[in-house]
Write a new protein. Sequence first.
Length: 147
Amino acid sequence: MINTEEFTKRLQKVIDFYNESASSFAEKIGVQRSSISHILSGRNKPSLDFVMKVLDTYPEVELYWLLNGKGTFPYHPNTPQAPIPKTQEPITPATPNLKLPPEIHKQETETRHKEPTPNYNQNLGLDSEIEKIVIFYNNGTFKSYKP
């Protein structure tokens, strides 16, 4: 979560660095003057669109620095940067054509067939109707059907 007060200080530092007024800064990034005024006063929080406009207009402003104060400003590609800490493990896509060794595949198949199949009609009642059928494919796509 962004500390709005600290974000405001960093935004003011960017405005001062480029010798801009709030009005000229707003004009350059393509937002209304009141947007800058409201963010600097703490009345409003910056939107993602606002942050992206700042980054697009001023490439020396680094996203991580602007949002969290980590890194440097102005950003120079040749300046050594501290690594950005990972907040979670990277998400790796499932391998669609993964071949399991025969002994594992056999165990998995036997386990699947041993589980009893629930009687869905019994749990739902006789007056229930199918609303939608979704088929998931191993390549990550799906199709949805409505009867």
